[in-house]
Ligand binder design. Structure first.
Ligand SMILES: Cc1ncc(COP(=O)(O)O)c(C=O)c1O
Length: 386
């Protein structure tokens, strides 16, 4: 089955949906047992928290779990009320006091905040590694205490591609679970399980929902790591809202079409910026001049809407404000993955390894507007800097 067909069919069942083409929305806490024997059997599941209760057995959540597991070709998926709520689950599932976790320094900033503000308080040591320079000596970063490797590729704001197979090969030998935040690529453009990853994070808030009207997150695991992930999720009481689950399911059938357009739009703008006299560097893995472009080509089957570029010199905030005042299509706001184009000016101050920038860093997300309008909007705004 080709992907466009699969996305319209995955985990949908008209009979179960009482004839409707779309899934239903189930709300609630209490679920009623069929028989007394079912109740007695269910009590035995108490430890793994899979008891018959709204947190565990909501039919629409199960439908979404199956759909995402199918797309990520993995054993099991749990659904969380945001991408951030999803990505903290593996830390709770695999780490305990005195353990160490290795994380790429270019990780999504709130992941770092979780590690620094909460995880460290529980006696876990957090070590950040450089996305390129540390890869060839990766084995040396691992100690007997390393119990988790957490990766995000491409990295946030500067979009470095990690050599995932190199890392997972070492991790497998040492029996250390690997997690990858795959939100940028979505299941369409990267298959982390094939690259040796054990647990995949996807902030469905972005591309899977695709309309900026939902917060939702997924944790998809291989067979070996599925149970600890599910137990941690349920024990923490993590469960999504039913409207959000419905909206994520509704996003799936159009995912590929949206991604193709978003990919095209971002590449057109990136290429235009790459030859602009005021631009120093374009950070987009599919642009040939990007570092690790060859690894992106090897491990990914497409690119998406989010990238950044740096200017040749640093302009004061007043100048950047003036530049922004000329922009009308790109809106100033967080997140990405919807139809609206967005712009931000990310600070990289929390990183351990400094990214060498000659000038201001600007992050753009290309949504579904016409590519020529998007290009005009950004290129016109750059004229204010001359
Ligand atoms: C790479 C990445 N992972 C996870 C998240 C968190 O997703 P959410 O906004 O649903 O919490 C984000 C949000 O911007 C992100 O950029």
């Amino acid at each position: 089955m080709k992907i466009n067909t699969k996305l319209t069919k995955v985990s949908r069942n008209v009979k179960r949906q009482k004839g409707f083409i779309n899934p239903g929305i189930y709300k609630g806490s209490t679920m009623i047992f069929n028989t007394f024997e079912d109740y007695i059997n269910d009590i035995k599941n108490d430890d793994d928290r899979s008891t018959l209760y709204g947190i565990n057995k909501n039919p629409s959540v199960e439908q979404l779990e199956k759909a995402i597991s199918n797309l990520y070709k993995c054993h099991d998926t749990v659904v969380a009320p945001s991408g951030l709520a999803a990505l903290i689950i593996p830390f709770f599932a695999f780490l305990k006091k005195n353990d160490e976790v290795l994380i790429n320094d270019t990780v999504y900033s709130p992941t770092r905040t979780f590690c620094e503000k909460l995880l460290k308080n529980y006696g876990v040591r957090v070590k950040y590694f450089h996305p390129f320079e540390d890869i060839n000596k990766f084995q040396k970063l691992i100690t007997s205490k390393t119990k988790l490797i957490y990766l995000e590729s491409p990295g946030t704001a500067t979009f470095e591609i990690l050599d995932i197979p190199k890392i997972t090969k070492i991790a497998k030998k040492k029996n250390i679970p690997t997690v990858m935040d795959n939100t940028w690529a979505s299941p369409l453009f990267c298959d982390p399980i094939k690259l040796g990853i054990n647990v995949v994070i996807d902030a469905g808030t972005k591309y899977i929902n695709g309309h900026s009207d939902t917060l939702i997150g997924f944790v998809s695991s291989d067979k070996k790591h599925a149970k600890p992930i599910r137990v941690a999720t349920k024990t923490l009481g993590i469960c999504p809202g039913s409207e959000e689950v419905y909206l994520a399911l509704r996003g799936l059938p159009t995912l590929n079409l949206r991604m193709k357009q978003i990919e095209f739009n971002a590449l057109e703008l990136a290429r235009e910026l790459n030859k602009h006299p005021l631009v120093d560097k374009v950070y987009h893995p599919a642009i040939e001049t990007s570092e690790n472009h060859n690894i992106w080509k090897r491990d990914f089957t497409g690119s998406t809407g989010l990238f950044s570029f740096s200017l040749k010199k640093f302009y004061p905030q007043s100048k950047i404000k003036k530049m922004f005042s000329k922009i009308s299509i790109f809106k100033l706001g967080y997140s990405w993955g919807g139809y609206d184009s967005l712009i931000t000016f990310p600070p990289l101050s929390k990183r351990k390894f400094k990214t060498l920038l000659k000038g201001n860093l600007i992050r753009v997300y290309c949504g579904l507007e016409d590519s020529s309008d998007q290009i005009k909007d950004i290129i016109n705004s750059l004229k204010t800097l001359k």
